[in-house]
Write a protein that binds this ligand. Structure first.
Ligand code: TNX
Length: 519
């Protein structure tokens, strides 16, 4: 075939493709919505479009502002956000709270797109926020660009009704092994929120570093915060910075859960205050990556005063209901000391008005009625928790640990729990993974990023993407609606979005990345 015939046939194919109507049901929305119904035509966003929100609620206005901040940089439309009580007029986006749609629950939304308008309704602002994430994904991918783009900003008409399977959909960032700046935490929150994840668990202390200012115990950060793995310079968040993170997260409907790991994983605290050690001697700061060698002195009164001070200060700056007490891998604590210790710590946290989360080992102890167990390693621990009535957060290391390497040649990460390729991360159901732990026992899922080998934002992105959208879908979509072969195509279609968002993702060979065949 001559070159010109090839070119003509290529153009014909392109023409046919562009003549196909855009269909809402054919869009690659992640997580997969509960229901999508097509309608005729499409909505076109223009420089005249306005985002109207109903009522005077600052929270709805905030969702409107957030949407505008996502649409304006790329389109240059300068779309404004206004409160509205008048009739709907064509060309605009409407956000409103319509309580009473029981099926949608707290986080669900309904998005009705017609040629004339986009109407987003929900029971709560968090539902509107989730609807906005769907709306973002319906625009061409370069809507996500931070710099002006050419294009027509058209989205297919139809109705999405959508709500989550689980209320708790989280990511954990270990800021102790390597410290990450406030800006990195914020970017991670932005990226997870784009996929409707709503919990950021911060692992704020470990052997290698103490990362949160505690006013009554200033040496925790003055000494315990100065270094990190490999002996590099560490860091910590002041309480003001922590409050800034909490606020930033809340504006994105993300709850912050702070973790202070104990009685093990405490070398940084023990090095800062000799009195927390049974022998009154402070160990050296630790910059390696071993686990299981440190313990608070469980027989001293001062230890419990310390714990009370730390959790009281944290409770005062944490609006969410949870404080995480760690409790994992306390190999240097005798079991007869560990068990009563966990009971006391639960009592201390309860006295601050907060609810406890702990790694699955804490279920060996007696649990308070509302203590939550985070399953990571031992099924029998989590089962013990459930037998005591506890709810479970599912973070099975072999499926959900995003510090696990994708494969043997991945330059970052560990592999003690195995390799977690993108399909392995996606292909599991929290409700059937562990015998005796069913849907009714599960609060949700969390993907932890431990940072022994992770040192900067690019590396966070590489380990978290493209696995995160899969965890988001496990948390949000029904098990019956999930299927790897169908999901991987949708995920591949997010390549352009990742690029527009400048996400440095791992281009797994298992995923048919959009445009990769042309390279
Ligand atoms: C186990 S998961 C740990 C962490 C390590 C992680 C590395 C858990 C509760 N404890 O201390 O960082 O493995 O993958």
């Amino acid at each position: 075939m001559s070159k010109s015939i090839l070119l003509v046939s290529f153009m014909v194919v392109q023409l046919i493709a562009s003549a196909q109507p855009l269909l809402l049901s054919k869009q690659s929305i992640i997580p997969k919505p509960v229901s999508v119904v097509d309608a005729k035509g499409s909505f076109n966003l223009t420089e005249k479009s306005i985002i109207y929100y109903e009522g005077e609620s600052p929270e709805i206005q905030q969702v409107g502002n957030y949407l505008a901040s996502k649409l304006n940089p790329s389109t240059r439309f300068g779309i404004v956000v206004r409160s509205n009580s008048v009739a709907q007029t064509p060309g605009n986006i409407y956000l409103s709270l319509k309580p009473g749609d029981a099926q949608l629950g707290d986080e669900g939304y309904q998005l009705v797109i017609s040629k004339e308008t986009v109407i987003l309704t929900a029971n709560k602002p968090s539902g509107l926020f989730n609807g906005v994430q769907t709306l973002r994904q319906l625009f061409p991918a370069n809507i996500e660009s931070a710099v002006p783009q050419e294009g027509s900003w058209e989205i297919p008409a139809g109705t999405v009704r959508d709500f989550p399977e689980y209320a708790f959909r989280g990511v954990m960032l270990d800021v102790a092994r390597h410290f990450f700046q406030v800006s990195d935490v914020k970017r991670t929150i932005d990226l997870m929120a784009a996929y409707k994840m709503n919990v950021m668990h911060l692992h704020l202390s470990d052997d290698q570093g103490w990362r949160i200012e505690i006013k009554k115990w200033p040496k925790l950060t003055a000494i315990g915060g100065i270094t990190q793995v490999d002996g590099e310079k560490g860091g910590f968040y002041t309480q003001d910075q922590y409050v800034e993170i909490v606020k930033y997260a809340a504006e994105r409907q993300v709850m912050i859960i702070p973790e202070i790991d104990m009685p093990g994983h405490t070398n940084a605290a023990l090095a800062s205050y000799p009195e927390l050690n049974c022998n009154d001697r402070a160990p050296e700061l630790y910059t390696g990556t071993k686990v299981g060698f440190s313990t608070l002195c469980t027989s001293k009164e001062i230890t419990y005063q310390f714990i009370k001070d730390v959790f009281s200060e944290l409770a005062a700056i944490t609006p969410g209901p949870y404080l995480h007490i760690g409790g994992d891998e306390s190999h240097a604590t005798k079991i007869e000391d560990y068990l009563p210790f966990e009971v006391k710590v639960q009592e201390i946290v309860a006295s601050t008005g907060k609810q406890v989360i702990g790694w699955d080992e804490i279920a060996l102890s007696t649990m308070k009625p509302n203590t939550v167990v985070q399953f990571w390693a031992k099924a029998e621990n989590a089962q013990k928790g459930v037998k005591q009535g506890a709810k479970v957060i599912m973070s099975p290391a072999a499926k959900a640990y995003v510090d696990m390497q994708y494969h043997a040649k991945t330059k970052l990460g560990l592999h003690w729990a195995g390799y977690v390729e993108v399909d392995t991360g996606y292909n599991w159901d929290p409700a059937t993974l562990v015998p005796g732990i069913g849907r009714e026992n599960i609060l949700g899922i969390e993907a932890p990023l431990w940072s022994e080998t992770i040192t900067n934002m690019d590396e966070i992105e590489y380990m978290v993407f493209p696995r995160l959208p899969g965890y988001a879908e496990i948390g949000w979509s029904t098990p019956a609606s999930r299927n790897w072969n169908e999901y991987k195509v949708r995920l591949g279609n997010h390549a352009d979005r990742f690029k527009a968002m400048q996400i440095d993702y791992y281009p797994s060979k298992l995923v048919p990345w959009l445009g990769s065949s042309k390279k």
